[in-house]
Design a protein around this ligand. Structure first.
Ligand code: ADP
Length: 434
C-alpha cells in the first residue's frame, strides 16, 4: 500500500480504536481521563503520543477479562502468554480478530517463502501459547497443508520430516538448532528431508543461529515476531529475500513506536529503545501503546519489496538486560561475537554470579565438532588444556572485552555439553544471584 494511503488508514483506525476503548473499557476510560486526553483530541497517528502507555501490569490487574472490549459471547478463543511467575496474561479474540490473525500469518508465511500447496511442519507448541494455533490457521488460510506436530518429540519430528517431506518448518530458533543437530546424530542427510524454508521466532536470535540452522537443515530461515498481548506471532516478519535487513511490521494493523526505556520519550529513527505497539483493529482486547519491553529499532529507510516499516532483530527484553558492573548486557551481544568465530558453535549459556561484592559473568560455550575432531585428543585428555582451545579461549575473551567492554570468564566445552531446547523457548541466562 502506498505510504499516504497507509497513513490515512492508520489515522482512521486509530480514531475508531480510541473511541471504542473509551466507551467499552473502564480501565482505558480512567487512564485517558487521568492523562487529560479525550478520544476526540486524537485526530490520527500524529497524536498518538498524547495517549498513555499500557503496561503488562494492566493485564495482571485486570485478570482475567476486565480489559475485554466486547461481551464474552463475542469472544471466540482465549490464549495466554506463558507468564513465568504467578497468573498468566489472558487474551481473547473475536471471530474477526482470528480472521486478522490468520490473514497476517498467511502474509508472513508468504514473505518467508511459503506458498499454497507446500506442507508446513508446525513445531510451535499447541495449546494456550499463541504460536501453535496461530501458525496453524494462517498456514491453512494460505493454502498450505499443515502438519500439527507441536513442539518436542524430536525423533517424531525427524520421522515426519522424512516421511511427509514438508517444504517448511516453524518453531523456535533454539529448537531448530536441536533439530539440525539431531538430524546429524540420527545419521540422516539432506536427501532425507525436503525443507526449503524455516519460520523462526518467539525468542531472540542472531545471525549465529541463522547460519547454524540454514547450514544444518539446508534451508532459508526467516524471523517472525509477535507477542500474545498484541496478537501472537505475525506482528512482523522478515522477507526471505531480504534476510538480515529487518522484519516488516504489518503497519495496517499495528502502529509501532520506539521510546526510551527510562523516559518513555520517542527516540530518533534508527536508535534502539522499547517497542510500543498499538493494535489498530483488534476488537476483543485492544491495546493502546502497549509497552512490549522488547528492545529494537525502526527503519523507515530500508523499504524493500514492501512499504511497511522494518524493525531490527530484538536485542532482548528490557527486563532480561543484565547490568554487570555498570555495563548493560544482553545475551544476544555475546551471540553476535560467537558468530564471528568459526570454531565456536551457537550453543552457549551465560552464568551470572556474585564473587564477593562483584557481579561476574561466565560464558560457557561449545567448540564445534570440526574443531574437536581436528584436535585428535588423547583419551582422558582435557579439552580446555589443549593449546588450540586455550588460544581460542583467549581470543574469545579478548573479543568480548573489546566489543562489550566487560571481562567475562570463558569456559569452552565439548559439543553437546550445554542443554538444548526440547521444543520451546530456551533460557540462555542462568542468574545465580537470585
Ligand atoms: P511470554 O512473554 O510469556 O514469553 P509470548 O509467548 O507471547 O509470551 O512471547 C512474546 C515475547 O517473545 C515477545 O515479547 C518477545 O520478547 C519474544 N519474541 C517473540 N518473537 C520474537 C522474535 N522473533 N525475536 C525475539 N524475541 C521474540
Amino acid at each position: 500500500m502506498p505510504l499516504p494511503r497507509l497513513r490515512a488508514l492508520q489515522d482512521e483506525r486509530l480514531k475508531d480504536l480510541v473511541s471504542r476503548v473509551y466507551a467499552k473499557v473502564p480501565y482505558y476510560r480512567n487512564a485517558f481521563d487521568n492523562s487529560g486526553v479525550t478520544p476526540t483530541s486524537i485526530k490520527g497517528v500524529a497524536d498518538i503520543a498524547k495517549l498513555p502507555f499500557t503496561k503488562k501490569v494492566a493485564l495482571r490487574d485486570n485478570y482475567p477479562f476486565d480489559l475485554f472490549a466486547v461481551p464474552m459471547e463475542e469472544v471466540s478463543r482465549l490464549h495466554c502468554s506463558s507468564g513465568t511467575t504467578g497468573k498468566p496474561i489472558v487474551v481473547g479474540y473475536t471471530a474477526y480478530d482470528l480472521d486478522v490473525f490468520s490473514e497476517l500469518i498467511a502474509r508472513s508465511l508468504y514473505a518467508t517463502g511459503c506458498r499454497p500447496g507446500m506442507k508446513l511442519q508446525n513445531a510451535y507448541g499447541y495449546g494456550l501459547f499463541t504460536g501453535g494455533l496461530g501458525l496453524h490457521y494462517g498456514a491453512e488460510k494460505l493454502g498450505m497443508t499443515v502438519i500439527p506436530v507441536s513442539g518436542g518429540m524430536t525423533d517424531r519430528q525427524l520421522m515426519l520430516m522424512k516421511d511427509f517431506r514438508p517444504e517448511a518448518l516453524c518453531c523456535t530458533p533454539s529448537y531448530a538448532q536441536t533439530l539440525a543437530e539431531e538430524l546429524v546424530k540420527k545419521g540422516m542427510s539432506f536427501s532425507d528431508i525436503n525443507l526449503k524454508y524455516a519460520v523462526l521466532g518467539a525468542e531472540p536470535w542472531t545471525e549465529a543461529i541463522r547460519s547454524q540452522v540454514e547450514a544444518g537443515l539446508n534451508l532459508k530461515a526467516s524471523n517472525i515476531y509477535g507477542l500474545s498481548e498484541v496478537m501472537g506471532p505475525g506482528v512482523s516478519v522478515e522477507d526471505v529475500d531480504e534476510r538480515g535487513t529487518g522484519s516488516y511490521i504489518w503497519e495496517d494493523h499495528f502502529f509501532p513506536e520506539i521510546v526510551d526505556k527510562d523516559s518513555g520519550e520517542p527516540v530518533p529513527e534508527g536508535e534502539s529503545g522499547v517497542l510500543v505497539l498499538t493494535t489498530l483493529t483488534k476488537q476483543a482486547i485492544p491495546m493502546i501503546r502497549y509497552w512490549t519491553n522488547d528492545i529494537t529499532s525502526l527503519h523507515y529507510d530500508k523499504a524493500g519489496k514492501r512499504t511497511h516499516v522494518k524493525m531490527a532483530p530484538i536485542i532482548g527484553r528490557a527486563d532480561d538486560m543484565l547490568i554487570i558492573r555498570g555495563v548493560n548486557l544482553f545475551h544476544t551481544q555475546v551471540e553476535d561475537i560467537i558468530n564471528s568465530i568459526d570454531d565456536i558453535s551457537a550453543n552457549y549459556q551465560l552464568i551470572v554470579f556474585r564473587d564477593g561484592n562483584m557481579d561476574e559473568v561466565e560464558v560457557v560455550a561449545e567448540v564445534t565438532d570440526d574443531l574437536l575432531q581436528s584436535l585428535d585428543l588423547a583419551p582422558g585428555a582435557e579439552l580446555a588444556k589443549h593449546d588450540r582451545v586455550a588460544t581460542l579461549r583467549g581470543y574469545f575473551s579478548k573479543k568480548i572485552k573489546d566489543v562489550i567492554g566487560l571481562s567475562m570468564r570463558v569456559t569452552l566445552k565439548e559439543p553437546f555439553a550445554i542443554p538444548r531446547s526440547e521444543g520451546g523457548k530456551l533460557n540462555r541466562i542462568i542468574d545465580k544471584r537470585k
